[in-house]
Design a binder for this molecule. Structure first.
Ligand code: KIV
Ligand code: NA
Length: 276
C-alpha cells in the first residue's frame, strides 16, 4: 500500500469514506498499526502518559517527540505520520517553525498537530506557507486542560459551541488540512464537520466526524490509570502480558524453561573429543 498524501484525506471526505487514525509510539506499535491497515498514525504527545509515565502531556519535550517519531517512521514507512508538537514548542511563531521543521526533517513525520483555535490561526498559516502540513486540535485540548477546568467535555453551551465552530473555520482558512475534535457533543461535531471542507477526526466527538482516532494503549487495554467514556477497549493485552510473564517467571524458577527445544548442544562425537 502506498503512503497516503494530504489531498487523499480531503478526497476521502468528499467520497464519504471514513478515515481511521491510531496513535503509535515506537517501532513495533507502528508496524502493527500499519499492518492493520489504518490510514494515518499519530505520534501523540499522549506518549508522555502511556509510555513515559508522566501525569500529563505537559512535560513532553521536543527531543522525546523526535525520538519516538523516528522509531514510528522506521516501523511504518508506508503510512502517513502526524507528530504532535509538545507543549511550549509552538509558543511563538519562530519556535513553531523551528520545531515543526525538526519533526518533519529529523523525525520523518508527514505533518504536525497543534492544539488551539482561532488564537493560533496565524501560526497555522505560517507553518502551512512554509510547507508544513498542519492538523488542528480543538475541544478538549490536554496541553491546556487546567485552563479548561480539567478533562471535561467542551462545547456544551451555545457560546462555547459557537466558539468551536469559529475555531474550526479559522483553522481551515489558515490552511490546516485536517482537524481533531476531542470530547465534544456529537451534534456540535456534526455541525463543525458539515461546515468544513477539511476532514474532522473525532475522539469522543461522535460518529458523524469524517474519521476517528484512539490511543493505541487504550484500544488494546495496555494502560490502566484511567479510561475515559469515549475509549473503546478492543482487547485486554495488559492481563495477557501479565499472565505470559507469570508463566515465564514460574518456569524459570522451576527449571522447566529452557527445555531441549530452546537449547543448543554439541554432537556426541564432539562431546567425546572435548570431554572424553
Ligand atoms: O496525543 C494524542 O494521542 C492525541 C489524540 C488523543 C488526538 O492528541
Ligand atoms: Na496530543
Amino acid at each position: 500500500m502506498m503512503r497516503k498524501t494530504v489531498p487523499d484525506f480531503e478526497a476521502m471526505k468528499q467520497a464519504g469514506e471514513k478515515i481511521s487514525m491510531l496513535t503509535a509510539y515506537d517501532y513495533p506499535s507502528a508496524q502493527i498499526v500499519e499492518e492493520a491497515g489504518v490510514d494515518m498514525i499519530l505520534v501523540g504527545d499522549s506518549l508522555g502518559m502511556v509510555v513515559l509515565g508522566y501525569d500529563s502531556t505537559v512535560p513532553v519535550t521536543m527531543e522525546e517527540m523526535i525520538h519516538h517519531t523516528k522509531a514510528v517512521r522506521r516501523g511504518a514507512a508506508q503510512t502517513f505520520v502526524v507528530a504532535d508538537m509538545p507543549f511550549m514548542s509552538y509558543a511563538t511563531v519562530e519556535l513553531a517553525i523551528h520545531n515543526a521543521g525538526r519533526l518533519i526533517k529529523e523525525g520523518g513525520a508527514d505533518a504536525v498537530k497543534v492544539e488551539g483555535g482561532i488564537d493560533i490561526a496565524p501560526l497555522v498559516q505560517t507553518l502551512t506557507r512554509a510547507g508544513i502540513p498542519v492538523v488542528g486540535h480543538i475541544g478538549l485540548t490536554p496541553q491546556t486542560a487546567s485552563q479548561l477546568g480539567g478533562f471535561k467535555v467542551q462545547g456544551k453551551d451555545i457560546e462555547s459551541a459557537n466558539q468551536l465552530l469559529k475555531d474550526g473555520q479559522a483553522l481551515e482558512e489558515a490552511g490546516a488540512f485536517s482537524l481533531v475534535l476531542e470530547a465534544i457533543p456529537r451534534q456540535v461535531a456534526e455541525k463543525i464537520t458539515k461546515g468544513l471542507r477539511i476532514p474532522t477526526i473525532g475522539i469522543g466527538a461522535g460518529v458523524d466526524c469524517d474519521g476517528q482516532v484512539l490511543v493505541y494503549h487504550d484500544l488494546l487495554g495496555l494502560f490502566k490509570r484511567f479510561k475515559p467514556k469515549f475509549v473503546k477497549q478492543y482487547a485486554e493485552l495488559r492481563s495477557v502480558s501479565i499472565h505470559s510473564i507469570q508463566e515465564y517467571n514460574k518456569e524459570v524458577k522451576s527449571g522447566y524453561f529452557p527445555s531441549e527445544q530452546h537449547t543448543f548442544g554439541l554432537s556426541d562425537e564432539l562431546i567425546q573429543k572435548l570431554y572424553g
